[in-house]
Design a protein around this ligand. Structure first.
Ligand SMILES: Cc1cc2nc3c(=O)[nH]c(=O)nc-3n(C[C@H](O)[C@H](O)[C@H](O)COP(=O)(O)OP(=O)(O)OC[C@H]3O[C@@H](n4cnc5c(N)ncnc54)[C@H](O)[C@@H]3O)c2cc1C
Length: 504
């Protein structure tokens, strides 16, 4: 039995923010994550938008923490060395009904105290952002909207929490919790843990965790959303997040609006629809979901400024698609704080959009409140700054030469699309919370995220993983057991020992 003061269940954005906040205190803390890697749930597959808070309904926890969380992003990303850009959000109107919606959103934004939101007439819009179709009637502009790489953020939060003393256990699924004598006993597939406090950050499974210990049952409905990824060729023409008011969409009101979003990596996302599903594990992309996005953009493309450069919706720039599942609570608002009949069990549940945006503020408030109540002492050694290496693709020529001089593996490009070097792949694997699969390398380095979607670099990454993990190549997986890339019969089956022995 491993004993801790605090256990955090789940290493998505809410668990990662919570773990880092907890590391500000003198506590023995562990994060239990059921997946082989960190950031395995909704936090890895979303629109990556740091929402301004203009549309979260006034008076809700979502609205409060959206605005508070948004304000924390500049400092947080600076401390953790994570790219973050305040590129602003335009919600545009093409009908009088849409204009009424924009007026309603503006009123809501003002009540939520979102800074700087403006309603722009068409002439004002094109003065600020040229190229919109004359069919557009106006737009709501929210300058504090931004873009972050959500999985880079989660990895950075976890790395910083680990540097400050938090333990991480991957492949560790919580299967049961009971409370006895003032402590929680947590049963996992890999042994048992006990702790005085639990933070429940288990995404779509947060209801199961709560319902183990509380008679106040909660219910999470999985709500799927998909995105289409467009090639970087479009990126120079997309400098802000663009969307229509949610109410004009099929099934409107379930999403924040179908949108076109730049990403920090230079690709562009289109999405996303919202469909309630029965299976929490179903992150498959469907023809129907992708068709919904495509047919929306095929119709509305002509309104957007990008249609000046690409008159037709550029289907040929589609390089990929993904789906993810929102943890939608049947109460329609975040479920935050201590379960009323389970002291010490703290929920961050029903944490759907704007969860990426809100997580830093939610974690800060809940941990601070707990510290006050339970008398936790500050950790004098806490260091908020995470040291990182600059990615090779962002180095100047002099910096590249120096990096190669110090480590020749910087001179070997593994992923041509994203300019990722062998040195960076090795670092991603050797890191204390390092990559063990091809997807994990991809999420830490961007190798495989470019135009060819891993067509060129995957074999090399499989080979590096096999060498570093000292396993045969046919045991290297895409994303954990059951996703082995090379068949058992493959001629590449020879073990690493054999390969080394043969001098290959
Ligand atoms: C399509 C889509 C678009 C979105 N767009 C945005 C956006 O643009 N901006 C925004 O702010 N928000 C957005 N969101 C919402 C945001 O992604 C979520 O609010 C946020 O990621 C939830 O984070 P989390 O850490 O609570 O949950 P998750 O990221 O799901 O993490 C939960 C973790 O818990 C682990 N876990 C589950 N059960 C167990 C168990 N029994 N034992 C151990 N570990 C367990 C999981 O493996 C997972 O890693 C979007 C969501 C979706 C699906």
């Amino acid at each position: 039995m491993l004993e801790y003061d605090v256990i955090v269940i789940g290493a998505g954005v809410s668990g990662a923010c919570t773990a880092r906040e907890l590391s500000r205190f003198k506590l023995k803390t562990a994060v239990l994550e059921k997946a082989p890697d960190l950031c395995a749930g909704a936090s890895k597959g979303n629109s990556a938008t740091v929402h301004s808070g203009h549309d979260a309904a006034y008076g809700t926890k979502k609205a409060l923490y959206n605005v508070l969380g948004n304000k924390m992003y500049d400092r947080l990303c600076q401390e953790l060395c994570v790219p973050f850009q305040r590129n602003g959000t335009y919600v545009f109107a093409v009908t009088d009904h849409d204009m009424d919606e924009l007026a309603r959103l503006k009123e809501n934004a003002d009540r939520n105290q979102v800074p700087g939101v403006r309603l722009l007439s068409y002439p004002e819009l094109i003065r600020q952002s040229p190229g919109w179709s004359p069919k557009v009637k106006g737009a709501l502009f929210a300058p504090t909207g931004g873009v972050v790489c959500p999985y880079s953020l989660v990895f950075a939060l976890c790395a910083n929490a680990a540097e400050n003393g938090v333990d991480f256990y991957r492949n560790t699924e919580v299967c049961g919790i009971r409370k006895e004598g003032g402590r929680f006993f947590i049963h996992t597939g890999c042994g048992d843990f006990s702790s005085k406090y639990i933070f429940n950050c288990a995404g779509v499974y947060a209801d199961d965790m709560n319902n183990f210990v509380s008679s106040r049952k909660i219910r999470i409905i999985p709500r799927k959303g998909s995105h289409i990824i467009l090639d970087k060729k479009l990126a120079p023409y997309v400098d802000a997040t663009l969307c229509q008011p949610p109410s004009v969409l099929p099934g409107g009101g379930h999403t924040k609006g179908m949108g076109l979003m730049p990403t920090d990596g230079g690709t562009v996302l289109l999405g996303c629809e919202a469909v309630d599903i029965g299976d929490k594990t179903d992150v498959s992309t469907t023809r129907q979901g992708l068709d919904e996005i495509l047919s929306y953009f095929e119709t509305s493309w002509r309104f957007l400024p990008q249609s000046r450069y690409f008159p037709e919706f550029p289907k040929n720039l589609i390089i990929g698609a993904f789906s993810s599942v929102r943890p939608h609570p049947d109460t329609d608002d975040f479920i935050l704080g201590e379960a009323p009949d389970a002291p010490g069990f703290i929920n961050i549940a029903g944490f759907e959009s704007p969860g990426i945006t809100a997580a830093p503020a939610v974690a800060k408030d809940l941990v601070r409140d707990s510290a006050e109540r339970f008398g936790w002492e500050p950790n004098p050694g806490f260091n908020p700054i995470r040291k990182t290496e600059k990615p090779f693709r962002e180095m100047t020529e002099e910096e590249m030469e120096e990096a190669i001089r110090q480590d020749p593996d910087y001179g070997k490009i593994v992923c041509r699309c994203e300019q990722v070097t062998r040195a960076e792949v090795l670092r991603a694997i050797r890191d204390p919370l390092g990559a063990r699969t091809v997807n994990e390398v991809k999420m830490r380095t961007r190798a495989g995220m470019g135009r060819c979607q891993g067509g060129f670099c995957s074999p090399e990454i499989v080979s590096i993983l096999a060498q570093e993990l000292r396993i045969p190549m046919n045991q290297v997986t895409l994303c954990g057991a059951g996703s082995e890339i090379l068949g058992k019969e493959s001629c590449l089956e020879e073990s690493q020992e054999e390969k080394e022995g043969s001098g290959a």
